[in-house]
Write a protein that binds this ligand. Structure first.
Ligand code: GTP
Length: 862
């Protein structure tokens, strides 16, 4: 595409908008030149930044929509196609081959393009000024829910895409609920309205009933002649209709005012007027300011200026509760509806400063990041007073934090090496800054900072608070790590305790429930395969690798069969590892049935030519036991580990006095002991499955376990590991090790006719417990009663193709949902079975509920 054509496309769209804005003269301010291909880095203003994600059920059209967004913003010169594997955001070969998104890709685009700027004016829509949109594409498959969660926590807003034929699907509900939990403001795009069977009205009703928010219909579909081809949208905010040229790239849009529609399509005009009235009414229920405006205009909903409506929509969604859901319409694949959706991102979704203070934790202390930075969070004294003595007073240690960032994604880019995507929450990460990793306790230098624009990267000097950027060349940082820039500290020990353990927005990694053995083709390949696996783990912390102590076998575990299959593809096809992955099997767990005695071990060996001596005591028991407040407690993989370090008594220590040296702070001792215990818990004594639901109590008593400079972190880890293994052996000997299996929460969507066979199959053949059978109609009432809204009042234009049978379209189709708890073992291969039971229409999602003890024949069958 030529520069001129690009520029025309951008101007054409915004000219339409200007025609319908309050300021018709703003057209004259359009710029004469485009800066689109300028190599200058645009410095984004925080108020004009949007960190948004696209969430949806698999195949709803996230990637297709993203590709259009990149194209219209000028980042790409042609539209990528999911079906021929030429998209920008699905860039892993494994993703391209399957046409699904696995890793969330983040790209930065400007909307409207930088060329389309106009002077600021409070009454001009935000979308008339270029905004920096950091777009995070999230995966839709249930196996990758964790990946979705991980990206959700760094978002300030989200666009939820629905398939206009399938309506609200199970995965959408799940992600929607998660977005509620993280209070993420959202707008909704009903996509695929060009497809046969598209049902906008039914979808809107489902939004009300299943997503439990009030649908605020901002756009309605425009079907040619009322029943023909999907050609554009009626716009209830701006009181106009937009028609896209058939077969074009979506830049040629014709706009019709309400007056012009009298001739063009009078029934659409009527419907837009109805939609405007319904929209104003809905907003007035939630927003008093609009109610006042409405009264000022003598209850004339058509007279309210569009900007008042936009401001009201914004106020209604900004708390992220999802109580009101602005709805837009389109068909991305036909290039219809994407530019107004981008405008809605600018106009309705919040900038980073409008979001709540991000949550932080420092050990057991929790609070907001700005609270911490303002010295309002009380940082408690640590058990070891000697460490505290060395630390500066708390306000001054906090004031030195230069930047705090969350690494939300690690990607291996074939051209640029390892890229770590970060969101900066405070301060600014500058090129070459030393970054302390609060999870790994290492310092790394941010040698290169980049901004990703489609598949291009631009070098930038810093990444400031509120922005998303990429750090290239880090050797250790993993997805989920917190990075801190703290000038002038010891690079080995990092910022003073407890700041060195600060976690931004921590999330729990769900337990892996499947595993497979990885076999390198030869001994010489082992190291290379292990390195590649480490790389995969940096990218995706929901994958786990354990090396079996006895057989030396590498076991890779993950959250679903597809999750492991994709990991295998990455390993073998992308990284060219010479290895084979064995069968995917269920990952059972082992548990301790009664407490063991205390096992003490003193590790005393040379490791890599360096002497290492350290002691430790361990006992293990079922998890129920309560702990004393003094203990340091961590939870790992469903087990808890407590560490007790009694007061140091200098003269009683076996060697070198009892005072701990500065380079062995208490947090390093704790981390080393935890690592040792975690390693021991990874392999149970009975069947080599990981331990679950167990509690390890470790004691490190410096008066007998500390041996001066010979006590290294490695020696501490080994002492803890061997002491825990001793306790586990005792449990096995006394017959106190049980087996546990993963039990899943399963939600199946099917139609009324197949409900009976599905329920029967679940409860008789699969040993499941059916928890509920929801009929959408019934669910409607209960959900909406909670909102105190009559479902009949939800406005949606009638579907032209739906009601040939005369069915009541106010009640969504007779879709049913079965919720059940079923052992994972019985769910292997279930999709195929469900398809045969439902003629291919049934779908299901599942997630781990918990691990349950196995007894009797089920235990024997493992
Ligand atoms: N008819 C029609 N097909 C569409 C539309 N949008 C997307 N599709 C098709 O739907 C399929 C799925 O689209 P994607 O964009 O890959 O969906 P996704 O939500 O990114 O899927 P995952 O990455 O697997 O989560 C592809 O075959 C698209 O061509 C649309 O507006 N109309």
């Amino acid at each position: 595409m030529s520069l001129l054509a690009y520029q025309r496309g951008c101007l054409r769209w915004h000219q339409h908008l200007r025609c319908i804005s309050l300021y018709p003269d703003s057209q004259s301010r359009l710029p004469k030149t485009s800066h689109r291909f300028s190599s200058h880095h645009h410095i984004p203003s925080i108020k004009k930044t949007r960190n948004i994600g696209i969430i949806a059920h698999i195949d709803a059209g996230k990637t297709t929509t993203t590709e259009r967004m990149l194209y219209y913003s000028g980042l790409t010169r042609r539209i990528g196609d999911v079906d021929d594997g030429s998209t920008v955001t699905d860039f892993l070969p494994a993703e391209r081959a399957r046409g699904i998104t696995v890793q969330s890709a983040a790209v930065t685009l400007h909307w409207p393009p930088l060329a389309c700027d106009t002077p600021d004016h409070p009454n001009i829509p935000r979308s008339q000024h270029p905004h920096t949109i950091n777009l995070i594409d999230t995966p839709g498959h249930a196996d990758f829910t964790f990946e979705v969660l991980r990206s959700l926590r760094i978002l300030d807003g989200a666009v939820c895409i629905l398939d206009g034929v399938a309506g609200v699907e199970a995965q959408t509900e799940k992600v929607w609920a998660q977005a509620n939990k993280y209070s993420i403001p959202r707008i909704l795009f009903v996509n695929k309205l060009d497809r046969d069977g598209a049902a906008f009205e039914r979808t809107i009703k489902e939004v009300g009933s299943r997503l439990k928010g009030w649908p605020a219909v901002c756009q309605i579909p425009w079907w040619e002649g009322g029943k023909g081809r999907f050609t554009g949208v009626g716009d209830a905010v701006n009181l106009c209709a937009l028609k896209w040229k058939e077969g074009g790239d979506g830049k040629d849009i014709q706009k019709f005012t309400i007056a012009q529609l009298v001739e063009e399509d009078s029934s659409l005009r009527e419907e837009i007027i109805k939609a405007r009235a319904a929209l104003v009414e809905a907003l007035c229920e939630f927003d008093e300011r609009l109610l006042e405006t409405w009264l000022e205009y003598s209850d004339d909903s058509l007279a309210i200026p569009p900007q008042d409506i936009r401001n009201s929509l914004r106020r209604c969604i900004i708390d992220g509760s999802g109580k009101l859901i602005p709805i837009f319409a389109g068909a991305s694949f036909r290039n219809i509806g994407v530019q107004p959706l981008l405008d809605a991102v600018d106009d309705l979704l919040p900038d980073p400063t409008e979001r709540p203070d991000p949550e932080v934790s420092l050990g057991s202390i929790k609070g907001g990041l700005s609270e911490l930075l303002q010295g309002k969070l009380s940082i408690q004294a640590l058990p070891n007073k000697q460490v505290m003595k060395r630390a500066a007073p708390k306000t001054s240690i906090v004031s030195q934090i230069e930047a705090c960032a969350l690494a939300f994604k690690v990607v291996h880019d074939p051209r640029r090496g390892i890229l770590v995507y970060v969101r900066v929450y405070s301060g600014s990460i500058n090129r070459n800054a030393a970054l302390w990793n609060t999870n790994l306790h290492v310092t790394e230098r941010a040698q290169r900072l980049l901004q990703m624009q489609a598949s291009d990267a631009i070098e930038i000097p810093h990444i400031t608070a509120g922005q998303i950027g990429v750090i290239a060349g880090l050797k250790f940082a993993r997805t989920g790590d917190t990075l801190m820039s703290y000038p002038g500290v010891n690079l080995k020990t990092g910022p003073p305790s407890p700041l060195n353990t600060l976690q931004l927005r921590p999330i729990d990694v769900p337990p892996p429930v499947f595993f497979a053995a990885i076999e390198p083709h030869s001994l010489s390949e082992e190291k290379n395969v292990a390195d590649i696996l480490q790389m995969l783990l940096r990218e995706d912390p929901s994958l786990h690798v354990n090396v079996d102590d006895e057989s030396g076998q590498m076991l890779l575990s993950g959250m679903g069969e597809l999750h492991l299959e994709i990991a295998r593809d990455r390993l073998v096809n992308d990284f060219k590892a010479k290895a084979t992955m064995g069968n995917i099997e269920i990952s059972y767990r082992e548990c301790i049935l009664s407490p063991t005695s205390v096992h003490r071990f003193v590790f005393d060996r040379e490791v890599a030519g360096k002497k290492g001596i350290a002691g430790c005591e361990a006992s293990i028991s079922p998890l129920e036991k309560a702990h004393s407040d003094e203990d340091f407690i961590v939870t790992r993989a469903g087990n808890s580990i407590t560490i007790r370090i009694p007061q140091t008594m200098p003269d009683e220590s076996p060697r070198g006095g009892g005072s701990l040296p500065p380079d062995l702070p208490i947090s390093t001792i704790q981390a080393a002991l935890v690592n040792g215990a975690v390693a021991a818990l990874a392999r149970g004594p009975r069947r080599a499955f990981p331990l679950h639901g167990s509690h390890v109590a470790l004691t490190f008593d410096p008066s007998k376990d500390f041996f001066g400079s010979d006590t290294s972190p490695a020696a501490l880890s080994s002492a803890a590991r061997i002491a825990v293994q001793g306790a586990l052996k005792e449990a096995l000997k006394s017959g106190n090790v049980g087996l546990m299996e993963p039990v899943m929460n399963v939600v199946i969507s099917c139609d009324e006719a197949t409900l009976g066979p599905i329920v029967h199959d679940l409860s008789s053949a699969r040993g499941g417990h059916v928890l509920s059978l929801d009929n959408d109609g019934n669910d409607d009432r209960s959900a909406l009663e909670r909102l105190a809204i009559d479902p009949k009042r939800i406005y949606a234009p009638a579907d032209p193709f739906a009601s040939t049978t005369g069915a009541d379209t106010s009640v969504p189709g007779q879709q049913r949902q079965v919720s059940a708890r079923v052992p994972l073992k019985e769910m292997v291969g279930y999709l195929k079975h469900l398809r045969s039971l439902t003629g291919g229409r049934g779908t299901f999602i599942m997630s781990v509920d918990k691990f349950e003890r196995l007894t009797g024949p089920r235990e024997k069958a493992v």
